[in-house]
Design a protein around this ligand. Structure first.
Ligand SMILES: NC(=O)C1=CN([C@@H]2O[C@H](COP(=O)(O)OP(=O)(O)OC[C@H]3O[C@@H](n4cnc5c(N)ncnc54)[C@H](OP(=O)(O)O)[C@@H]3O)[C@@H](O)[C@H]2O)C=CC1
Ligand SMILES: CC(=O)[C@@H](O)[C@H](O)COP(=O)(O)O
Ligand SMILES: [Mn+2]
Length: 382
């Protein structure tokens, strides 16, 4: 029986993680959960899964939540509450399904508390990949990818020597606007952008997918998870999202991971590996029904965020921290109707241009650069 600490239980990945736990009560038990502001859903989850510790984002919500759940459940709120959740004595594995760089500190504290981390929260690796991967090694804990592309690559690497890898190939759907020209992106709406063709996900990642910053963040995520240089990480457009990613070896063999787009599969694998558990109700991939899969090379001028992310990744140091923080702020502004879709990339470029990169930053520097970048973007948008 594995005990789970789930950060971000009310989000898209969080809810699907609970689906996996529900389906395998003999394998997994929920020890703690955290949510942001959706305390109604959290209260339902608490009544069903009976965790011993729960945390919400705001103090006023903690008080409200206490009136909705059994008095025996311990509660917390905010940053301290998140850290208390990951430092619980019980809990083998943390599932980090938080959105944004708020997930960084809980990941590091959880590793220090000797917990394995199953990571959906890619922003953590983008903003401080060198610190997170070092913490995993120093504390001798596992850092397991949940992101579908990285789960695919992880599986395609299994049983093979990393020295024989020629390149990693991340597949990209192209997002909600994959068939639009750059000119057609002028004036697209939030509603259109949130309409992802293949995946039902949280709002922020769905916008990232539409700008293709999601793939840029994933390139940086892959660089840290698999310790590969950017020259060995490629992106290919594949609109069906059925090949989840590939690894090409030095003999020309390409290993791919295929399946229907469904995040429960990589979530379950991250919790059960090296074993695989059954998923009886899952819609199976029938290639004879699908017939044709499509592939093309991404145009870096059309998908400028992908180019910007590669550049920031290659510069290194605090550049990816700025990229991530500026993107989080810009996407939030777009979702709230404050800016146009194409301004997202412009804002990120401006933030990067005005920043003097610090190489090999420590954690305090990362936090400071994250804060300063958010302030820069917010001031710039006024
Ligand atoms: N959704 C997907 O299919 C995939 C997601 N990912 C990655 O997984 C992560 C989560 O994505 P997704 O589930 O879509 O996101 P959602 O926005 O759906 O969920 C985010 C979760 O984090 C909580 N949260 C947000 N901000 C805070 C905060 N400041 N303090 C505490 N809790 C907070 C939310 O709480 P509440 O809602 O209660 O406010 C919610 O539970 C992201 O990094 C994303 O890139 C990766 C691959 C696929
Ligand atoms: C499900 C998942 O892992 C997402 O990150 C997904 O990959 C988004 O799709 P695209 O970024 O390829 O549109
Ligand atoms: Mn992904």
């Amino acid at each position: 029986m594995k005990t789970i600490i789930l950060l971000g239980s009310t989000g898209s990945i969080g809810v699907q993680t609970l689906d996996v736990i529900r389906a395998h009560p003999e394998q997994f038990r929920l020890h703690a959960l955290t949510c942001g502001r959706n305390i109604e859903l959290a209260a339902q989850q608490i009544r069903e899964f009976k965790p011993e510790f729960v945390c919400v984002q705001r103090k006023e919500d903690e008080e409200k939540l206490k009136t909705m759940i059994p008095g025996s459940v311990k509660t917390g709120y905010g940053r301290e509450g998140l850290l208390e959740a990951v430092e619980q004595a019980e809990g083998d594995t943390i599932v980090n399904a938080l959105m944004g760089s708020v997930g960084l500190e809980p990941t590091l504290r959880g590793m220090k508390a000797k917990k394995d981390v199953a990571l959906a929260n890619k922003e953590t690796l983008v903003t401080a990949g060198h610190i997170v991967t070092r913490a995993a090694k120093e504390n001798n804990v596992k850092l397991i990818p949940i992101d579908s592309e990285h789960s695919a690559i992880y599986q395609c690497l299994e049983g093979n020597s990393e020295k024989e890898v020629e390149r990693l190939i991340l597949t990209a759907s192209g997002g909600s606007f994959r068939d639009k020209t750059r000119a057609e992106l002028e004036g697209v709406t939030v509603e259109d952008a949130l309409n992802h063709p293949n995946w039902s996900m949280g709002a922020k990642i769905t916008i990232d997918s539409a700008t293709m910053m999601n793939k840029g963040l994933e390139v940086i995520e892959a660089r840290w998870l698999f310790d590969m240089p950017y020259e060995m990480i490629d992106v290919i457009l594949h609109k069906e999202s059925m090949i989840h990613s590939m690894v090409e070896y030095i003999d020309g063999s390409v290993l791919a991971h295929l399946g229907m787009p469904d995040m429960k599969v990589p979530i379950q694998y991250a919790l059960s590996l090296p074993d695989r558990l059954a998923m009886p109700d899952k819609k199976r991939l029938n290639l004879w029904e699908i017939g044709t899969l499509h592939f093309s090379k991404p145009d870096f001028e059309r998908f400028r965020c992908l180019k910007i992310a590669y550049e920031a990744g290659r510069i290194g140091g605090t550049a990816p921290t700025v990229l991530n923080a500026a993107n989080e702020e810009a996407v939030d502004a777009f979702l709230n109707g404050k800016i146009q879709f194409l301004q997202i990339e412009t804002i990120i470029e401006q933030a990067l241009e005005s920043h003097s990169v610090i190489q090999n930053p420590d954690l305090d520097t990362i936090f400071e650069v994250d804060r300063m970048t958010r302030r820069f973007v917010q001031t710039d948008m006024k």
